[in-house]
Structures are given as C-alpha cells and as structure tokens.
Design a protein around this ligand. Sequence first.
Ligand code: MN
Length: 235
Amino acid sequence: MAYVIPAPPQAVVPVAGSTDLFPVHRIYCVGRNYEEHAREMGFTGREPPFFFAKPADALLPVAEETGEMPYPPGTQSLHHEIELVVAIGRRGREIAAASAPAHIWGYAVGLDMTRRDLQGEAKRLGRPWEIGKGFDFSAPVSSVRPVEKTGEVNRGRIWLKVNGQLRQDSDVSKMIWKVSETIEHLSKYFELVPGDLVFTGTPEGVAAVVPGDVLEGGVDGVGTLHLKIAPPAQD
Ligand code: MN
C-alpha cells in the first residue's frame, strides 16, 4: 500500500543544545491564565481553566536564528502573547497535579499569535476561536530545553520586547493555574501523549504588531525567542 498523496511532514521543534528533534503531536493552549491579562481582556476572578488548540502544523520552530512569520491574511490586528510552553513526554489521562511533573519532558518559549479582531468577533458571536487562533504560523516556538536542564519551572521572569521596547513583563509564578494544575485539568478531557505541547497562557501587555516588527521574548531559565514579522506570504 502507498499514500495517494505525499504524507504531511512531521511537525518538530529542535531540542536546545543538541541536534535532536522533539516531534509534535498536538498544541493545546490555556486561556486567561494570568490575572492582569484576564483583566485587560475584560474578565475578573478565578474561573476554571479553559482550553483551545492549534493544529500541530501551525508550529513555526525557531532555534537560535531569528524566525520569520509572514503577516497572516484576514486581520488588521495581529497580537503577540508570550507564553511558557510545556512539552509532554509521557502518556496519561486523569493525571493528578502531584504526578504531573513526571509527564513533563521539557519547556520552551512560545508566542500564541492571535488575530485579535477575528477572535473578538468569534467571541461576540459565540463562535469557535479557530479563525483567530489556529492559523498558519500562529505558533512560533523556541527550542525545547529538557527538564533535566531547567528543573521544574514554577517561577521566572517572562517578558517580550517589540523593536527593543518592553511590552510584556511578568513572572511565571503569577499564573492563575500552575503548570501541574493545568496538566491535571487538561488530562481530564484529553489523553496527553508524548509530543503534546501546552501553551500555558500569557501575562498582560498584549498588543498588535505589523510587518517589519522584531519580537524578542523569553522565560528565564528556559530560553529566548527571536521573531520578525514578515510581509504577507505571496504565491
Ligand atoms: Mn494565549
């Protein structure tokens, strides 16, 4: 038997400090996981974590170089959201928070790029968020650093500069739902498998970028990510 069309390539992110690759299965994202960001989006209070997903091939792996993300179609408001990304290395469902660390393979720095105008319209109309969140190149991700090198990441500065100006500046310890709790909640609804990535939410300071902008962001102890917003893709 043979494939009738070429099989899609496996989405991968490089492993920091090696030539190895981490193959990506799914990309889950947590919404509103820092209080100040929830507030800037018009919400208050602790609500149970909620999730959305991006297709694995929305991944834009960025190793040491500066990545290039083509400005996506259909939006006038492309927003940056700097996030700690957790790479899952062990299968599990209904994982208790206390057991969650054993399922973490490593960590990366990611940008949950968002067509905010389209997401806002979807919210208003009660429609799914795909069009605002799950588009091509919407998930730039740095190299993954193994947990043996980082230790468990529960604190550390998370920041983003645009053209050298600080736009987002917070600390991972300010997450409403900690990484372990996020894994507990997520794994009640989905079986987590090796290769899953979990974007753990963004702090306050989200704003729009335009072609030519250069983004530099990081999570202390995990890594940094450099990304240039390029003109729209041409055929
Ligand atoms: Mn996000």
